[in-house]
Design a protein around this ligand. Structure first.
Ligand code: B16
Ligand code: MG
Length: 217
C-alpha cells in the first residue's frame, strides 16, 4: 500500500494546548471575563483570529479590527514566551516511536497545523527532522475545517488524498481531513471527534501496520 501521513501539531505531537489555554484565559481575564474548559475545546485547531473572535463573542465584547489585531498579538507574545521554554520532554507519548518507524520505512510525512508558531515548536522539541513537508498557519489561507491545509500536505508529498492518513485532536481538524477525503486517526475521545475512522488515546496505540489496514477499506 502507498501511504503518507499528515500530523496535526498541537494536541497530537506536542502538548501545547495547555499554553494556548493559559494565554487565552489571561487575555479574557484582562478583559474582565472567563471561559470554560468546554468552550476551550472549541478553540482547538481553530486559527488565532477565529479563536479571538469566538472568545470576544463569549465575553459579549465588540472590538474593532485594529484592536483585535493588537489583542491577538498580545496573546501570541505570552504564548511564544511559554513555548520558547519547551523541550523534548513535552513531546506526547508515542510520537517519537511512530515518527521513527515511519521515517525508517520511508513513509512520507507532513505537518498539517493551523499554527503560525509551528517552526519554533518543532525546533524546541527536536521534531523538525521527521518532516518532508510543513504546512502551517503561515502557508494556508483557509482555516480548518477547510481541507486546504491537508490537501496542500498531500500535494507537497506528491501523493493522492486517498493515500493519506491524518492525525487530529480537534473536531475542526477531523472535519477538514474528511473534506479532503483522507483517512483520520482521532486523538482523544470519540464523543469529541465525530467521523474519525478510529479514535485512540495517544500515538503509542498505533503503528504502521495498523495504519496500512486503515487505508485498505
Ligand atoms: P497560533 P494545530 C492550532 O494548532 C491550535 O490547536 C489552536 O488552538 C491555535 O489557535 C492554532 O493552532 C493557531 O496557533 O496562534 O500559534 O498560530 O492543532 O492545528 O496544530
Ligand atoms: Mg490540534
Amino acid at each position: 500500500t502507498q501511504i503518507a501521513c499528515i500530523f496535526d501539531l498541537d494536541g497530537v505531537l506536542v502538548d501545547t494546548a495547555v499554553y494556548h489555554y493559559q494565554a487565552w484565559k489571561k487575555l479574557a481575564n484582562s478583559l474582565g471575563f472567563d471561559f470554560s474548559h468546554a468552550q476551550n475545546e472549541q478553540l482547538k485547531g481553530v486559527n488565532r483570529q477565529r479563536s479571538l473572535e469566538k472568545i470576544l463573542n463569549w465575553g459579549g465584547i465588540t472590538k474593532t479590527a485594529a484592536e483585535q489585531e493588537e489583542l491577538a498579538a498580545l496573546k501570541n507574545s505570552w504564548y511564544v514566551e511559554m513555548i520558547s521554554k519547551m523541550s523534548d520532554t513535552e513531546v506526547l507519548p508515542g510520537s517519537l516511536k511512530l515518527l521513527t518507524e515511519l521515517q525508517a520505512a520511508g513513509v512520507p510525512v507532513a505537518l498539517g497545523s493551523a499554527s503560525k508558531n509551528s517552526g519554533l515548536i518543532l525546533e524546541r522539541t527536536g521534531l523538525s527532522h521527521f518532516f518532508n513537508a510543513i504546512v502551517d498557519g503561515n502557508s494556508v489561507t483557509s482555516s480548518k475545517p477547510d481541507p486546504e491545509v491537508f490537501l496542500k500536505g498531500a500535494e507537497l508529498l506528491r501523493t493522492e488524498p486517498s493515500n493519506c492518513v491524518v492525525f487530529e485532536d480537534a473536531a475542526a481538524g477531523v472535519e477538514a481531513a474528511l473534506a479532503a477525503k483522507m483517512a483520520v486517526v482521532g486523538i482523544g475521545t470519540a464523543e469529541n471527534l465525530p467521523g474519525a475512522d478510529v479514535v485512540i488515546e495517544d500515538l503509542s496505540k498505533i503503528n504502521l501496520e495498523k495504519l496500512k489496514a486503515l487505508l485498505q477499506h
